[in-house]
Design a protein around this ligand. Sequence first.
Ligand code: HEC
Ligand code: HEC
Length: 501
Amino acid sequence: MAFGYNVPMIRFGLIILCATVTLVAQPVRVPRTWYTAAVKDWATHIAALGVRPGHFTEAEYYAAPVENVRTYPVYFPGREPAGYWDRITKSAPQPLIDASKLKTQADWVTAGKRVWEEGDIIGFRNYSPEAIARFRTFNSPDLEEFKPSPDGTLPGPRWVVTARGVAVSAENCTQCHRRYEADGSKLDGPGLNDLTAFHVTGLVTNVPGMSTIPLPGDDEGKALWRSFIVPWVKDDINDQLKAMSPVDLGRLFGSAFGPNITPRWSGSLFYPTKVPDLITLKGQKYIDHTGTHQYRGTADIMRYAALVSFADSSDYGPHRILTDQQRRISSRLPDEALYAMALYIESLSPPPNPNPAGEASVAGQKIFQREGCAGCHAPPYYTNGKLTLAEGYRPSPEIARQYDILPISVGTNPDLALKTRKGTGFYKIPSLRGVWYRGRYLHDGALTTLEEMFNPDRLKPDFVPTGFKGLDKARAVPGHVFGLRLTAEDRAALIAFLKTL
Ligand code: HEC
Ligand code: HEC
């Protein structure tokens, strides 16, 4: 019998064909970054207040002017390609993203990589001739300690060409969420290992404190205090910031900043956070260590990028952190740029794992099961995405109903979750994928190796953590007692397994 094609089959085939063509040809639908229904219940309640932080309204957000311009690297003297500066100063502003040229999903991800790499902190743009001269001539003593990347560029600053002219500005996301490898390559996603970009940024901008937006009316001290104050906490530790001597402040900064650890606006110099690896967002339901916002899909990454770059109103129920003059969105990225960047972030994958599975790791996997780790760190993402309770916090049933909570506490230091503006009362369960290169463990990055993480001595007050320890010489790193009572052999096997993830 010949293979006859009957009419219904052809019709069916045509339908499939049309559906495929429609799928391929369909333009990418760019989500709206900021709209009332999406921001209304996006943020997590603040534990001490029982309210969600407020946000700019949709109208306020879209009233802000759009900034869509490319930026360019700053070269060390002698390393600049011939004619580079001329090209920059004579060129017209170029679009950071041109959505009309993007057809496929892959085009969008490539465009997103550019937004990620070139996107600057708009509020930091500095058009002053002195600031520009500093990065043209490097005649500032502050710049002496820095070395160029292998390609001759200085991580941190960016030249930006806008309708107003050329400004010096600063890298945004890559300042903190990028790792520099020994061979000169760059790994996007994990927390910074090199502080150059971070330090240099301080020399670019006139914006004081830990803010990404200008704070008119504030001097450095006031801005620093405003970055962290928590008006609803009695005897707020940040009250000291206003009166601290430069020496004490320097020591505090020294303790809170380092490879892979930095406080953010609304976080704390006293209770800083490690920089999370954005590669491990997969499998998560919440954003930030304390789960400050939900992660419901790509648009929430767009929203979060907008929030931390230019759109944090910093309202908490009756408490307002910003003055009327400061509380505004000066400019915003186009939705297309934020969408492309969010797609790029979601496309990030881990570097090749150099730790092959072997006898020890197979034994370790069994220990992982036996010790109940998988109950929280469930494969395939090695997190179940849930929130746990910070020591001492019990949410009301009404609040608890609205979140995906495992109602137990792992007993780690509760201060970030209870005494900061990121104080949701929760710590999320982190993914264990990529722990082999993470280099910082627990929300505050107190520990820097897995051996240290599973060393029971860390519970003792005379323990000296190799990571964050505040201003103390020694301090216990409490909580997360899972895996602390293993024999030396079992512990080694468990760690061998974790290193394969
Ligand atoms: C100054 C350093 C710094 C810069 C710049 C920065 N981040 Fe972050 N980022 C952090 C830190 C620290 C945290 C953790 C904050 C917390 O847990 O409270 C974080 C958290 C995040 C998270 C949540 C990840 C998770 O696993 O919960 C995302 C997503 C994120 N950043 C994306 C971005 C994007 C996109 C940009 C650029 C628009 C950016 N960040 C700029 C330091 C930075
Ligand atoms: C009840 C849930 C739960 C169980 C069970 C659990 N963990 Fe965790 N784990 C957490 C939470 C929550 C954190 C983050 C705590 C913090 O940052 O304060 C964490 C953090 C970690 C970290 C540090 C990751 C990072 O990036 O900071 C490692 C490693 C880890 N757990 C491994 C294990 C292993 C191995 C086991 C079993 C021996 C285990 N966990 C059992 C909830 C759990």
